[in-house]
Design a protein. Sequence first.
Length: 260
Amino acid sequence: MSDQLFSVAGKCILVTGAATGIGRATATLLAQQGASVLGIGLDADEGRSLERQAAGISGRLHFLEVDLTQQAAIDQAVQFAVKTFGSLQGIVNNAAVCNTGKRLEDLSDAEWEATFNINVTGIFRVCRAALPVLRHSGGGSIVNISSVHAVATAAGHAAYAASKGAVLALSRQLALDYAADRIRVNALIIGAVDTRMSRPVFDANGGPAALGLSFSQEAIPRVGSPAEIASVIAFLLSDGSAFINASGVVADGGLLAKLL
C-alpha cells in the first residue's frame, strides 16, 4: 500500500522545459516509474533524443516542440496529452530563463519582459490551458519550480529574483483557488543545480567554489544534480504528499542556511 501511495504509476503528467536539465531528469524519472509523460520545450533535437532514450521503459514519454510564449501551441499540447493519454493528473512547470549580472536600472524592457514571459507568464498560460483538464480528471498536483532567489537573493538578479518570487506567490494563490477541485499546487524552491542554465552563472563568477558552493555530499551548501530535484518533484506529484499544499517546499542543499 505504501509503495502505491508514493508512486506516480498510471498518472498522466505534463512537464515543461523537458528537453534538458531538471525537466529532462524529471520526465525520465516519471516515465521510469510508470507515468505517461508529455514533455514540451524549445530544444527539438534534445527532445527527440529524450524520446529515444525513453524507449522501452515502463511508462510512456512523448516530446513536443512548444514555445511557451504562444498560447495556441500550449493549448494544442494539452489537447495532445488528453488525446494520447486520456487525462492529466500532474503538471510540472519547470521551463525558465535566467538573466543575471545586471542591476535593475541596467536591464532593458526586453530583458525584463523575456524573463517574466517564460518564468511567470509561461506558468499562467500552461495552467490556464491545463486546469480544466485536471479538474475533469478528478484533481491532481501542480509543481512550479521556484528558486532560493525568491527568498534570499544576491546582487545582479533583479529580474530573475522577482520572477521566482512571483512563482511562489502565484502557486499559493492557485492552491487557494483550486483546492475545491482537488488540485494541489506547490512551489519547489531549489538551490544551485548543475544544469545548462546554471553553468554560465558559475563560470561568470569563477566557478561554484568562488560562490561558496561545493559538489561534495558532505558540504553545505552544495550543488545538486537534476536527478535529485526530479525525485522531489515525483514525491510532490504522488499521493504520498497529499497534505502538502500551497507550500514553498525547499530543496536547496542547505543554501538558504548560508544565505540568511
